[in-house]
Design a protein around this ligand. Structure first.
Ligand code: BDP
Length: 611
């Protein structure tokens, strides 16, 4: 799109932002008749629906909760007369999974990809000093060439049902804030920063992209005190005695970009930047040149009632719990999260492994989760007819994620896939362009990884050579050799680890998943699987293994909290591997982790020489 910009909206001397969040109108369109019937100019029988939120969990009937197909949202918005002469845009933080947007009945945007922002320029369409109608035709059907992947099945009663190849509920709706923007015609479209630590301070190289030719100036402020400035679309800002951004000790500078014409300000954009370096070197993760051991979680955007809709109250509670337990890192499994979460990680000093929604790229495993979707076939996921289309969608999502998130101090790495079927022939041809693209797009050249599924072993994982560090999802003692057999699980686990030691070539390894389903209601002495006691025994076994390999440089347990999944015989009203319940209260394991993580030094294994 012309003038495409994924910058987070901000108000300034040249920009205005109005939130359109609130109670909207909503209607299901199971026969996909809405377009022909003119729903774009008015929904016939709408019900109320809050935005942002998933629509699913408000309903008391199952057909509505499980609804799969087209659905519509509608609201009215007022455009101030004084905005005339500006560009007017509507920006969606995300709509899951696809959206066509109409203003006063005119289509203004068409977007696919349920976890990243998009906007629509509506300058020529809106009526000033009047209410305008905003309508969204959304759709939550799954297919094998989208991110995340799945299928859409049809039941004998003609209703569609989502069959995800992934282990989280297919929540849908307008999940993130919607904003009405007034923007100057000539404006900042994007910017990027890279940091260098030098004697006596830091240097920040920047590039600003605009859609015009006027001068650009950039300022860095410490609070309100200017500490560096530069002019030109690219340049270097020198900051003496820079306060570095660090884990649990974040420091953010105000970053101000202006487009000027003499003394007149054409555009002004504000952000915050944390100055830090991050790299993989000699088997370690180095933050500002010092080793850091990653500890934390794979998470989900998931909570009672609002589903996957942004809920700042839940976000706040999650950060408080992560601080309490001594975590310093999380992976945005299995999709980029709402921007507000990264801003908070920047503020709180958390490290993020940012994951694109490339999940479900393995038909055979996930099929067993729901009784209605198994076909038992083993298929090379990257040798399908749909693979070229999948790769195209994957590149688009990766591009938007890196474009959106590249300036966050908290973002330290890109996770390019979760548990792909990476033992088949097409793997390398599929992976290489994506890993190359991530490197090309990221000015900071953050390390790239992907989460490697069980049974993808050092000798048969075809994509592992592309990763800058190895990330394993392992369930020894849960899906394999659980309960009494946990002794054998440990032996098998160590054998696999010895194999990885041979192929790491100086790269660190982390665990992006390990965990055991645990019912908060169950206690048993001696333990049984699903009890809180077993979760702790499982964790002890895993931590013993991690502790005995120097190259293990991080542990992100699965999962931060219990979360909703598709129903099926493998899941008891969701996945119960949470260290916290879905209501964000601790299971026993939370105290276990708090003792471990607050006890390990920040640079645990920082001096290990054995790589
Ligand atoms: C892995 C997936 C994750 C699942 C987890 C589990 O990456 O999405 O929720 O295992 O089985 O396969 O709990």
């Amino acid at each position: 799109m012309e003038n495409k910009s994924l910058l987070y909206p901000c108000a300034s001397a040249a920009r205005r932002v109005i939130s359109l969040d609130g109670m909207w109108r909503f209607e299901f369109d199971p026969e996909s008749n809405g377009m022909d019937a003119g729903w774009g100019v008015g929904l016939p029988k709408p019900i109320s629906m809050p935005v942002p939120a998933s629509f699913c969990d408000f309903f008391t009937d199952k057909e509505s909760r499980e609804y799969c197909g087209d659905f519509w949202y509608e609201t009215d918005f007022f455009v101030p007369g004084e905005w005339s002469g500006k560009d007017v845009a509507i920006r969606f933080g995300s709509v899951t999974h696809r959206a066509r947007v109409f203003v006063n009945g005119v289509e203004v945007a068409n977007h696919e990809g349920g976890f990243l922002p998009f906007d629509a320029n509506v300058t020529e369409i809106v009526r000033y000093n009047q209410y305008n109608k905003l309508t969204v035709l959304a759709n939550n059907e799954l297919n094998e060439y989208m991110l995340p992947a799945g299928q859409t099945n049809t039941l004998s009663n003609g209703k569609k049902v989502a069959a995800p190849y992934f282990d989280f509920y297919n929540y849908a709706g307008i999940h993130r804030p919607v904003k009405l923007l007034a923007l100057p015609k000539e404006r900042v479209l994007d910017f990027e920063v890279t940091h260098r630590l030098v004697d006596g301070g830091a240097e920040v190289d920047y590039t600003v992209t605009t859609n015009g030719s006027h001068d650009v100036t950039v300022e860095v402020l410490d609070g309100t005190t200017k500490v560096a400035e530069a002019s030109g679309k690219t340049g270097t800002l020198k900051i003496t005695n820079a306060k570095l951004w660090n884990v649990h000790a974040a420091y953010l500078y105000n970053f101000v970009i202006r487009i000027t014409d003499g003394h007149a300000v054409i555009d002004e954009y504000f952000d915050k930047i944390g100055i830090r370096t991050f790299e993989v070197k000699d088997g370690h993760f180095l933050l500002n040149g010092k080793p850091v051991y990653l500890r934390g979680f794979g998470k989900h955007e998931d909570s009672d009632i609002r589903g996957r809709g942004l809920d700042l109250a839940t976000v706040k509670r999650d950060y408080e719990l992560m601080k309490w337990i001594g975590a310093n890192c999380f992976r945005t499994s299995h999709y980029p999260y709402a921007e507000e979460l990264y801003q908070m990680a920047d503020e709180e000093g958390f490290l993020i492994i940012d994951e694109v929604p490339a999940v479900g790229f393995m038909q055979s495993t996930m099929n067993f989760l729901a009784a209605n979707q198994g076909n038992g076939k083993k298929v090379g996921y990257f040798e399908k007819e749909t693979t070229p289309k999948l790769l195209e969608n994957h590149k688009a999502a990766l591009t938007d994620m890196i474009t959106r998130d590249k300036n966050h101090a908290s973002v330290i790495a890109w996770s390019i896939l979760n548990e792909p079927q990476c033992t088949s022939e097409g793997t390398e041809a599929y992976f290489k362009p994506l890993f190359d693209l991530a490197h090309e797009l990221d000015p900071q050249k953050r390390p790239r990884t992907y989460a490697i599924v069980m049974m993808s072993l050092p000798n048969n994982s075809k994509g592992q050579q592309f990763a800058d560090f190895i990330s394993l999802n392992r369930y020894y003692g849960w899906y394999v050799m659980g309960g009494m057999c946990i002794v054998d699980a440990e032996t098998a686990f160590r054998k696999e680890m010895d194999g990885w030691a041979q192929v790491l070539n100086g790269r660190p390894m982390i665990f992006t998943e390990y965990g055991a389903d645990t019912m908060p209601s169950e206690h048993k002495l001696p333990s049984v699987m699903w009890s809180q006691e077993y979760q702790n025994e499982y964790l002890d076994m895993n931590h013993n293994v991690f502790d005995s390999y120097g190259f293990v440089q991080g542990e992100l347990v699965w999962n931060f909290a219990d979360f909703q999944t598709t129903e099926g015989i493998m899941r008891a009203n969701g996945n119960k591997k949470g260290i916290f319940t879905r209501q964000r209260q601790p299971k026993d394991a939370a105290f276990h982790f708090r003792a471990r993580w607050t006890g390990l030094p920040v640079d645990y294994k920082g001096d290990t020489a054995q790589f």
